[in-house]
Design a binder for this molecule. Structure first.
Ligand SMILES: *Cc1c(COP(=O)(O)O)cnc(C)c1O
Length: 391
């Protein structure tokens, strides 16, 4: 027993020393542009609630009604008796919206990615992943039994070089929008390469779904790619959709194969039906209220212009994720704490989430923010990023 305690305590001490110790915030309010924490209100620039739907009255109402009719817990896994009408309706709506024959709900994006990759891949196959892919895609690839290979971020030529034929099948998996950088994958080029080499392309669109594309259908829509080019489309529901869970959309055989074989799907309790009921309404709002995407795009532009004028260390991102590259973990934490004192909540992202030396302030914008709030953010950043002011 002592061995475990010693190991844990040593690891904790090391994290503290390297400024990598993480603390959880405890919110005292709903998610939104202004949140309460320790009895104080903060302007919130660190949630993934990109469309401002997480506490939308219509979602709350749908959630309440869903709970009234279907109860709180689903009571079982999908294959036993936990699959109910809202789950089925949401799967059908997601399939239609993404233009694919079928969609399948998972309880989280992490479960979806690891489930898809470990089910689809086997020994003799190979899987290529962008170095900056989300941890869940990397973990799924690593545990899949296939030969696991990373390629340099967004480098299609390097991928092409590495993509030598194997006996089995080849899969390329990327984030549509990279979660800590905010830039987008070169999906059209990746799709072309995959077509040439007979590989399948999988896109994790956690940060693109609901935000990118003409109708908000995500990065694949923005790139003009359908199911032939991207046979596996995965999206999460806890970000722009404002609820929880994830889905994968694709062919009949892909979806039915996952239903029958994905252990992460089979051996877990179905998400509460009321969540699916609320997500259905989010999907409707997404389509009816395109002004949310328009407003968000305008805020992104406003932020980038302002930040350029202030010479802030912007990264190459057109998405709602607008990180400022800081470098050291200690400095990132100090800046984040300083901003917190000023009433702004912005996360410091450090290793192992990002490579050493690339710690950053990860600013996320939402359609729920006002122009005035973005201007205040810029003002505070300019004060805080004055070196004399903040070390
Ligand atoms: C958030 C995220 C996930 C995980 O989704 P959860 O539903 O939060 O488990 C997967 N991939 C990417 C790119 C993400 O940003």
């Amino acid at each position: 027993m002592a061995a475990f305690s010693q190991r844990l305590e040593a690891a904790l001490a090391a994290r503290r020393e390297q400024d990598l110790y993480r603390r959880r915030l405890t919110l005292e309010s709903a998610q939104g542009p202004i949140i309460r924490l320790d009895g104080r209100e903060y302007l919130n620039f660190c949630s993934n609630d990109y469309l401002g739907l997480a506490a939308h009255p219509r979602l709350i109402e749908a959630f309440r009604r869903g709970a009234q009719e279907f109860g709180v817990g689903s009571g079982a896994s999908h294959l036993v008796c936990g699959h109910s009408v809202p789950h089925r309706q949401l799967e059908e709506a997601l399939a239609e919206f993404t233009g694919r024959p079928r969609a399948l709900l998972f309880s989280s994006g992490y479960a979806a990615n690891t489930g898809i990759l470990t089910t689809l891949l086997q020994r003799g196959d190979q899987v290529f992943e962008d170095r900056l892919n989300h941890a869940s895609l990397l973990d799924g690839g690593l545990h899949s039994g296939a030969r696991f290979r990373r390629f340099p971020h967004n480098d299609v030529a390097a991928l092409a070089d590495r993509m030598t034929p194997v006996d089995g099948a080849t899969l390329v998996a990327v984030d549509g929008v990279f979660s800590m950088d905010g830039d987008t994958a070169p999906l059209a080029d990746l799709a072309k390469l995959c077509a040439e080499r007979g590989a399948w392309l999988m896109v994790d669109d956690a940060h693109g779904f609901g935000v990118m594309g003409e109708r908000g259908a995500g990065s694949t829509e923005a790139a003009g790619l359908g199911m032939n080019e991207v046979p596996i489309l995965m999206g999460t529901l806890g970000k722009a959709m404002g609820t929880a869970g994830a889905f994968v959309a694709g062919s009949e055989s892909l979806i039915e194969g996952l239903v029958q074989q994905a252990r992460n799907y089979i051996y877990t309790t179905a998400q509460p039906p009321a969540i699916a009921a609320a997500t259905l309404v989010a999907l409707r709002l997404l389509q009816e209220e395109s002004w949310r995407r328009g407003h968000l795009a305008a805020l992104i532009e406003r932020f980038r212009q302002g930040a350029r004028q202030l010479d802030l260390p912007l990264m190459e991102s057109r998405s709602a994720i607008q990180p400022l590259l800081v470098g050291g973990a200690g400095l990132a934490v100090a800046l984040s704490e300083r901003l917190r004192e000023m009433g702004m909540l912005i996360g410091a992202i450090r290793p192992p989430t990002v490579p050493a030396g690339t710690s950053r302030l990860r600013i996320t914008l939402s359609a729920a923010h006002s122009e005035h709030q973005v201007d205040r953010l810029l003002e505070q950043l300019s004060l805080c990023l004055e070196p004399s002011d903040c070390s």
